[in-house]
Ligand binder design. Structure first.
Ligand code: CO
Length: 282
């Protein structure tokens, strides 16, 4: 089987969004505009309330999915259809915005560490105006696989080679979303569908991606590595405990028109989204 390797690394840009929430934009900036079907990846991590207390007051989305994976802290989510809840540490909310929702995402805490990711997953043309829906999972509902040398794989979506299946289902891009922790020098292999775009984001420690020639392609902490195409990826923890996300999905290969919180196929559809929003149709 052909091993994937790292073809590009980047660390994202520091920016702010919502009401002044400091974050690192890893996908969705001039460094990496998108990695089809992934439109955006933000990482927020701070124990200074000033960096996050403003949260993300009410705003719209149309045409894609927002995936919030919280590692530390609590976020309250509320939308204009009456859906409300708190995402807890280790929990995930996979929201299909479809034709549109208005929602707010606010920290449910006034101090302490708030850490997590938001990923935007594009929807195919046929699903962009679908009914909004949610897949929400408490931390205990996320599938966990224990590895031989102390590591763990939390599977949000997709299936490990040993058959552990994550709870989130998306038949449009068949995503893999795994949160993997390895002990020092421990390795982990995962098959990935040929043609799926894939990346690794290192949260802690540093890792090596093992190539077919047994060469090691290093990926340091707080860096994203875009993977080449191939049938599997093998990742080894580099002399200390490491933790990273492995995310992959089938590219949609459709035209992408972006307008702030709306992602459609054409500019006319973006103008329609703004008009619908202004007329209160969300
Ligand atoms: Co939002």
């Amino acid at each position: 089987m052909k091993n994937r390797t790292v073809i590009k690394t980047l660390s994202g840009i520091n920016t702010a969004d919502g009401d002044g929430v400091k974050l690192t934009r890893i996908i969705g900036s001039h460094e990496l505009n998108m990695l089809d079907p992934f439109l955006l990846l933000d990482c927020f991590e701070s124990d200074d309330a000033q960096d996050y207390i403003g949260g993300f007051p009410e705003h719209p989305h149309r045409g894609f999915e927002t995936v919030t994976y919280l590692l530390n802290g609590k976020m309250r989510h509320k939308d204009n259809a009456g859906h409300e809840g708190v995402i807890e540490s280790g929990g995930v909310q996979w929201m299909t915005a479809g034709r549109g929702i208005l929602h707010s995402e606010m920290p449910e805490q006034e101090d302490g560490l708030l850490q997590g990711f938001q990923l935007w997953v594009n929807l195919p043309r046929s699903e962009k105006m679908s009914k909004p829906r949610y897949q929400e999972y408490l931390p205990e509902s996320i599938a966990i696989e224990n590895l031989a040398y102390g590591g763990t794989v939390k599977v949000i979506s997709g299936k490990t080679d040993k058959g552990t299946v994550g709870p989130v289902i998306n038949d449009f891009v068949s995503p893999t979303y795994m949160d993997i922790s390895l002990s020092d020098n421990e390795a982990f292999s995962q098959r990935l569908s040929l043609g799926h775009n894939a990346f690794i984001y290192v949260l802690q420690g540093s890792v090596n991606i093992i190539t077919d020639q047994d060469a090691k392609s290093p990926l340091p902490s707080k860096h994203l590595g875009i993977l080449s195409d191939g049938e599997q990826v093998t990742i080894e923890s580099a002399e200390q405990d490491s933790r990273f996300l492995l995310i992959a999905g089938k590219p949609l290969n459709e035209p992408v028109a972006r307008g702030g919180p709306f992602v459609m196929n054409t500019e006319a559809e973006i103008r329609q989204a703004f008009a619908d929003y202004q007329r209160g149709l969300f």
